[in-house]
Ligand binder design. Structure first.
Ligand code: MN
Length: 137
């Protein structure tokens, strides 16, 4: 297993306690910018993932994930999970139920860009169960 520092580009930040209730496992958050566009660096420990959630907005909005390290997953409700690695870009439209997180045996790091929108708000839903997560290769 490599050292996390070998794959991290942006600062790890602090343990993500503010959103821990919406995550399974341990994650870290470093806010990189709040200048017009909010960009956070999110690091997921192996096995860590966020709950199903929706980035709501009445106009515009959504989220862009820019993967910088490790291996992880993105899944939209009703669709197969997509494997992610450094260099992958995921455009998540507003209103789409989804989750993202690490592979069970790898760290996963992405920048999360909040696409500006009107009435933008995150709606946190149920966790990705161990049963669902364990099915992933
Ligand atoms: Mn999201």
């Amino acid at each position: 297993m490599y050292n996390l520092r070998d794959i991290a580009i942006f600062p790890l930040g602090q343990e993500n306690t503010e959103y821990a209730q919406y995550f399974t496992g341990t994650s870290y958050l470093s806010m990189l910018s709040t200048h017009g566009v909010v960009i956070g660096n999110v690091t997921f420990a192996p096995g860590c993932r966020n709950n199903w959630h929706i980035h709501n907005a009445s106009r515009g909005g959504g989220q862009i994930l820019l993967v910088t390290g490790g291996r992880g997953w993105y899944q939209e409700w009703g669709k197969p999970a997509q494997a992610l690695q450094a260099g992958d870009v995921v455009n998540i439209p507003a209103g789409v139920k989804h989750w993202h997180g690490a592979a069970k045996d790898d760290w996963f790091i992405h920048l999360a860009v909040e696409v500006p929108g009107e009435d933008a708000a995150n709606e946190w839903l149920e966790p990705v169960t161990d049963e669902e997560y364990r099915k992933l290769p």
